[in-house]
Design a protein around this ligand. Structure first.
Ligand SMILES: [Zn+2]
Length: 123
């Protein structure tokens, strides 16, 4: 997958929308359109997970991890980059990347609930 295709994928999958589909609740807006909430990546007790919907980036002050929607999928689902990309494709209802998704059927099945919720919300 080349750089341009990755950029397109990231544009098609807003980080905030992906987070909300995975039950992320924002605690409060903190200015400049940015949002703060509990971190889905570690056992967070006070909001330390910052999301910038305009830049499509996140950063956690607790576990000090951050990045884009693909990075989030990697960390959240504990998969490697190509699988994270394949998952996001699947979630968005885009044509599956068969060569990259191969071997991850079990994981995809486990995540199907999230996918169904996402499609239900879209329709
Ligand atoms: Zn965290």
């Amino acid at each position: 997958m080349n750089r341009i295709a990755l950029d397109e994928l990231k544009q098609q999958i807003p980080l905030l929308e992906y987070l909300q589909a995975h039950d992320w609740q924002q605690a409060k807006p903190i200015g400049f359109g940015r949002l703060l909430g509990l971190c889905p990546l570690h056992a967070d007790h006070k909001p330390s997970f910052l999301v910038d919907p305009h830049k499509n980036l996140f950063y956690c002050y607790g576990c000090r991890r951050g990045g884009d929607v693909i990075r989030f999928a990697e960390l959240y689902h504990q998969v490697k980059f190509p699988q994270a990309v394949a998952l996001l494709h699947q979630w968005r209802g885009l044509p599956p990347l068969l060569h990259e998704a191969a071997g991850y059927t079990a994981m995809l099945r486990r995540l199907l609930t999230c996918t169904n919720v996402a499609s239900a919300r879209r329709n």
